[in-house]
Design a binder for this molecule. Structure first.
Ligand code: ARG
Length: 460
């Protein structure tokens, strides 16, 4: 039965119920709703609204209900209730009669849903932090398996300068560390308790909002009742964080799809995260990675959808805001699954170090080294750049790498080039010369890798 029947002569239409009812999806917040209700019953008892016996009855019934919900023993959909808040209240009335009818004193579904959803987000922020940390761990272990490997580094998807493979892994570690820090920031900002804000204007009952907040693990109560029931910034921030992290995953996926291609052949993916073709027997497709890329669409869409839903909404609560949940639930679930599958892909990949090395040495990716060598001979960089470009042209004419040109050929472009140029043109030389914080030399990269592994150990 609806919570608000008194003023109505006729019932709701079936189509209205279909549009209006949120129980089919907000039952995901059952545990949070019951937790919030337990704390609210305590606050009411302290404020003299409930006797301690009534409060104990409510708390016992709510705890029992919560255990049943967590054990999956409740068929929410069969109840015909409008939303999780109505469901819980109806279940209490069913069990306790008039005592159940007292719980909603001074409370509104508006402050209730805002509280439940914050609790839900907070729990998921914690588990998502574990998921993101697992990706960081997998990246570090993948880097550790191939510490000395050199791969081509690209700009514009053209071979640019060679890099150590762990350097590439550590680039993604930085991205996921930022995602973690965004989750931490979001947690700190959203951890305020709306309960006690009533429908929009606060409540007349003298409940202790600080104690309510504390009992629900919030840092403090929300400071303005109008804002408390209207605010969905925390959902938007979670969706933005999910979107940004999915974008990171999609870039990781795209790099790996390319490295795995027949054309590059830098690595193999495990059988467990690839699939075959129903027609072409030879195929092994990087489906997991394509889905990491593809699922960005719906996650970004959920962020956009909620921004549009919230835009221009007058204060305070409007039913539009019920649209906040399904997208967020889906985004969090997709992000979670994608983080898990990213770990599986990384853990199962095998780098073909020899192929990587050959590719890294191709494409004139030591042309910068030649320019820097000329700078060492006292030539201004812009001129050195030009000379090195001419050498590349010459090498292209001979269909050879720079280091295969004879000294005579090199000197035909610039007489300052000497025999000592050849070691400079070797693959490791340029890589290890970038021995600077944030660079790609063996020493820098190893140091960075061990630093991150140590940080991981501290996280446990
Ligand atoms: N199911 C609603 C939601 O998710 C709960 C709040 C309903 N409030 C109301 N005034 N009708 O937004």
């Amino acid at each position: 039965m609806a919570l608000w029947g008194g003023r109505f002569a006729a019932g709701s239409s079936n189509m209205f119920r279909q549009v209006n009812d949120s129980l089919p999806f907000d039952q995901a917040m059952a545990a949070q709703d019951m937790e919030g209700s337990i704390v609210w019953s305590r606050a009411l008892a302290k404020a003299g609204v409930l006797t301690s016996e009534e409060q104990q009855q409510l708390e016992a019934a709510l705890s029992e209900l919560k255990a049943q919900a967590e054990a999956g023993e409740i068929d929410f959909n069969a109840s015909g209730e409008e939303d999780i808040h109505s469901f819980v209240e109806a279940a209490l009335i069913d069990k306790l009669g008039d005592v159940g009818r007292k719980l909603h004193t001074g409370r509104s579904r508006n402050d209730q849903v805002a509280t439940d959803f914050r609790l839900w987000c907070r729990t998921h922020i914690e588990s998502l932090k574990t998921d993101v940390t697992a990706v960081v761990r997998s990246l570090l272990h993948t880097a550790s398996r191939h510490q000395q490997a050199i791969i081509p580094g690209y700009t514009h998807l053209q071979r640019a300068q060679p890099i150590r493979f762990p350097h590439w892994c550590l680039a993604y570690v930085e991205m996921f560390k930022r995602d973690l820090s965004r989750l931490n920031d979001l947690h700190a900002r959203m951890n305020q308790c709306p309960l006690g804000s009533g429908a929009l204007a606060g409540t007349t009952y003298p409940v202790d909002r600080h104690e309510i907040a504390e009992q629900l693990g919030f840092t403090s109560p929300c400071l303005n009742s109008l804002d408390a029931v209207s605010d969905r910034d925390f959902v938007l921030e979670l969706l933005f964080t999910a979107s940004t992290s999915m974008m990171h995953l999609s870039r990781l996926a795209e790099d790996l799809i390319f490295y795995n291609s027949g054309e590059a052949g830098f690595l193999q993916l495990g059988d467990s995260v690839t699939s075959g073709s129903s027609l072409m027997p030879q195929k092994k497709n990087p489906d997991a990675l394509e889905l990491l890329r593809g699922k960005c669409g719906r996650v970004f869409g959920h962020l956009q959808a909620l921004l549009v839903t919230m835009k221009g909404l007058p204060l305070a609560y409007n039913k539009d805001m019920q649209e906040d949940k399904e997208g967020a639930f889906d985004a969090v679930n997709q992000w979670h699954c994608c983080l898990c599958i990213a770990c599986e892909v990384l853990d199962s990949l095998a780098l073909n170090e020899e192929r990587c090395r050959i590719a890294a040495a191709q494409g004139y990716s030591n042309a910068t080294e030649l320019a820097d060598y000329l700078v060492g001979k006292g030539i201004p960089f812009r001129t050195a750049h030009d000379i090195s470009g001419q050498v590349v042209l010459l090498a292209l004419e001979h269909n050879a790498p720079i280091e295969d040109l004879s000294l005579e050929q090199l000197q035909s472009v610039c007489s300052d080039i000497d025999e000592d140029v050849y070691p400079v043109l070797q693959l490791e030389y340029g890589v290890d010369k970038r021995n600077i914080l944030g660079g790609t030399s063996a020493e820098t990269v190893t140091k960075a890798l061990y630093q991150e592994l140590e940080n991981m150990d501290k996280l446990g």
